[in-house]
Write a protein that binds this ligand. Sequence first.
Ligand code: PLP
Length: 414
Amino acid sequence: MTRPSLLHPFAKPAADAASYLPIVRGDGARVWDAAGNEYVDALASLWYCQVGHGRDSIVDAIAAQARTLAAFHTFERFTNEPADRLADLLCDPAVAPMPDPRVFLTSGGSEAVDSAIKLARVAHFVAGDTTRTLVISRSPSYHGVTLGAVTLTGLPLNRAGFGPLVGDVTQVPWDDLDAVDEVLAHSGDRVAAIVAEPVVGAGGVLPPPPGYLEGLRRRCDDTGAFLIADEVICGFGRLGDWFASRRYGVEPDLATFAKGVTSGYQPVGGVFVGPAVRGRLEADPAFVLRHGHTYSGHPTACAAAIANVGILRDEDLAARADGIGARLAAGLATAAGDDLVVDVRGAGAVWAAELRAGVDAVAVRDEMLTLGVIARPLGAGVVAFCPPLVIGDAEIDRCVDAFGGAVRAVAARN
Ligand code: PLP
């Protein structure tokens, strides 16, 4: 038994070095391992590779920016052209999830979620509402792993063992507006924000019940809480529009993003800061926002995002999401035959199949690897699909066939 120097995220530290699968190359919706085996990347790596692998124009943009100015910070009075240009692109009314926002930049989704919580709380604070610190999140949900983001996350296993988390966060069932009302009834004047993924992603791929997101919006309007849409998976074309908030017609006050903003070519995340929040932050000319990361607005990372957003726009990749989803969903529903799949759910180009109790999703994922497809197990019983938006019909069919074959093989072993 040898253990690699690299301590892997969401993995068993005791695992042998030989159990890891080195991925060495990618092109479009496919990747290859070190032994030369080809796979369809059915989860766009980790829900992020919207434009597909191997895009030269993004690589060229990264190289050109790195040669000119690889990095310089944006604290205080400093800025750089890629960061400004990216923010301008994202704030375009045809793109942004709400009118007239500004954009705060981070290096990933968890930082974006923590930033959104802090921005919501401090916006109330500077407006004199100093006791508005309570945040409502949902269960199940996934918002990341930093102490703030994991506190919001509605997956108990992800929180266990890490000691005291962030205070003043309460969770409600993901689809239950009455539970939100109960919190608001006794603490409404203390609620800083309600946080929701428009479609729950890693928590199980759960599209919102009809009227649910509108219901959250109304409750925020009635009580003065901010609505935070966590668009880290849902953004950048995944749901058929730039943002899921646009698809569902619900304008959040803050919206977090990451993943699809660069399709993973560089680490970027951020927060759209809508008028209700930015107005308070801008009201006092002497107020200083004491929040930000070393790499907020990193110019090389932003250059990748600009090139990626350009591809999404020029190739209108969002328009492909519903077609991909429809083909995938129809295939997943019948691929495994009777009774082995108890639910197929999703929206746009993010879908999941729930397996009959006893058919283990990790075993299905492992079996799918032998059939040349990388999907992702969620918990013990759900397999998720979230492919690059460039995936072709034949590749979707390969995902479906591998899923069906793997589920049957695993069930037959039980
Ligand atoms: N929010 C959502 C909805 C996510 O799905 C994720 C990651 O999967 C995050 C936040 C955290 O992002 P990161 O892993 O980049 O910190």
